[in-house]
Every structure is written in structure tokens, then in C-alpha cells.
Design a protein around this ligand. Structure first.
Ligand SMILES: C[S@@+](CC[C@H](N)C(=O)[O-])C[C@H]1O[C@@H](n2cnc3c(N)ncnc32)[C@H](O)[C@@H]1O
Length: 252
């Protein structure tokens, strides 16, 4: 790729259909490598601190058992892994995986005790079948090159009886919140993010467009079923701005 690392990754044309770009994964990785240093600060400011509550809820609904082995997929700077590690009980082992080196390096600087880090693509995990009992993935699946392939890979690495807990942005169902949300994510957030991060990759315009064009809750549930999951629980939070999906892999 001839563009320099921090130059535009998501231009206007690509943002018309971010999920069908043939090189979406490479673009996502370059984007996160570029915004890594200010990622957490923008998150906290943009969500007014709600992002911590969303991750805590993720931990709560998962109902961790002390013998659990957790894979935190698309771990970013490690917030979800740290939230699980500070739970009671906490999983016996936590593996944190991400394909962005810069995000992973920041996660490894503040490791929760007993966390193993691996640079890996969620669609091709270097893990054996059925080797973990929980897969968590916060704000990751929307970035996958192929949603169905990513969910199948999560299902593959889960042991029978294991569960996936997924947190992702969704569009609020109530019209008033939907309009406010669109204005905020489309106008306010890119300006705020630019002030903080001076981002030139288009990361926060990508966030807006990729949320709007991402499958709905109903479609995600359908994709989870196609990937082999059952006992799916859907829990919208904060007026439906985000949704937690808890999905089980059958077996004993
Ligand atoms: C929005 S961040 C979320 C980080 C973290 N889970 C959190 O809640 O803050 C998305 C992360 O997913 C990672 N990611 C996206 N697609 C991926 C893939 N195919 N394989 C591994 N990591 C991926 C990115 O590098 C980025 O760190």
C-alpha cells in the first residue's frame, strides 16, 4: 500500500460501503495502529464514561466461573480483559488477542495479572478447537472482514457449553434517540475526536458509517444461529446505543 501509515484510510468513496471493501481488514488495522495512543481518551470523552459501565455489564451477564478460560478478542488496549480480571470470580486464564500491534502494545503495558497476549486475526485464530470457555468481543465484530466467518471462528475455539459475549454499537429503536444519536455520532464525535487525536485516517467517520450500515440486532442473532450458537440473549443498553449478545455453544 503506497499511502503512509497515518494518512487517510477511509475516504468518502470507501465510506459509502465500509463493510464490503475487499481490503477492509487491512484498513481497520492501519486505522487502529494510528489512533491507538488516544483511543481510550476519545472513548471516555465521547461516551461520557458510559463505556466502563457497558464493559462491566458485559462481565456481569457472562456470570464467570473460577475455572473459565477467557479469550478477549479484538482486545484493543485491554479494557475488557482488565474488567474480567477484576471480577469476582475472575477467569483462571485470560488470553487477549488483537491484530493491531499498537493497540496490543498498549494493552500489554497495563496487563491484568495472568493475561497472555497474542497478535492474531480474529478470523484465523492460532488456537485449537474448543480450548476456551468464554469468548468476549467488545466493539470488534463490526470491524471483521466477514461477520459470519468471525462468528464461526469464535464458535470453533469455544468448548461445548462455552459462551460468547459480544458488545457492539446498534441504532436506537426510538426515533428521538435515533435522531439524536445520528447527529452526535455523525457531527459531534468526529469533531471531538479530531480535537483530541488530530486523526487523519477517517477513523471516526468510519465509526459513524460502519455503525449505520452494520447488520441489525435481528440480523446478528440470525448470524449467530448460522454460526452454530443457541440460547441467545440480547440486551440493549443506554437506549439501544449498544447491545450485548450472549450466545451459547451447546454440549456438555
Ligand atoms: C473499537 S476497538 C475495541 C477494543 C476493545 N475491545 C474495547 O472495548 O475498547 C476494535 C479493536 O478490534 C481490533 N480488530 C478489528 N478487527 C480485528 C480482527 N479481524 N482480528 C483481531 N483484531 C481485530 C482492532 O485492532 C481494535 O483494537
Amino acid at each position: 500500500m503506497s499511502e503512509r501509515e497515518h494518512d487517510t484510510v477511509w475516504d468518502r468513496t470507501r465510506l459509502e460501503a465500509p463493510h464490503t471493501q475487499p481490503d477492509k481488514a487491512q484498513r481497520v488495522r492501519r486505522m487502529f495502529d494510528a489512533i491507538a495512543p488516544t483511543y481510550e481518551l476519545v472513548n471516555t470523552l465521547a461516551s461520557a464514561g458510559r463505556d466502563r459501565y457497558w464493559r462491566r455489564e458485559m462481565v456481569r451477564v457472562t456470570a464467570v466461573r473460577p475455572e473459565d478460560v477467557l479469550l478477549d478478542l479484538a482486545c484493543g488496549t485491554g479494557d475488557v480483559a482488565r474488567a474480567f480480571a477484576s471480577g469476582d470470580p475472575r477467569p483462571t486464564t485470560i488470553i487477549a488477542a488483537d491484530f493491531s500491534r499498537a493497540m496490543l502494545q498498549l494493552a500489554a503495558k497495563r496487563p491484568a495479572a495472568g493475561t497472555l497476549f497474542t497478535q492474531a486475526d480474529a478470523l484465523h485464530l492460532p488456537l485449537a478447537n474448543g480450548c476456551v470457555t468464554i469468548v468476549s468481543c467488545a466493539f470488534g465484530i463490526r470491524n471483521f472482514q466477514n461477520l459470519g466467518a468471525g462468528l464461526s471462528e469464535i464458535h470453533r475455539v469455544l468448548a461445548p457449553g462455552g459462551r460468547a459475549v459480544i458488545l457492539e454499537f446498534t441504532i436506537p429503536s426510538m426515533a428521538i434517540f435515533r435522531h439524536l444519536y445520528r447527529f452526535y455520532v455523525g457531527r459531534v464525535l468526529p469533531a471531538l475526536a479530531w480535537l483530541v487525536s488530530r486523526d487523519r485516517t477517517g477513523a471516526y467517520r468510519y465509526l459513524h458509517k460502519s455503525v449505520l450500515s452494520f447488520p441489525s440486532r435481528v440480523e446478528i442473532v440470525s448470524s449467530l444461529k448460522t454460526a452454530g450458537f443457541s440460547d441467545i440473549v440480547v440486551r440493549p443498553l443506554s437506549w439501544g446505543i449498544v447491545t450485548i449478545y450472549l450466545a451459547g455453544k451447546t454440549g456438555i
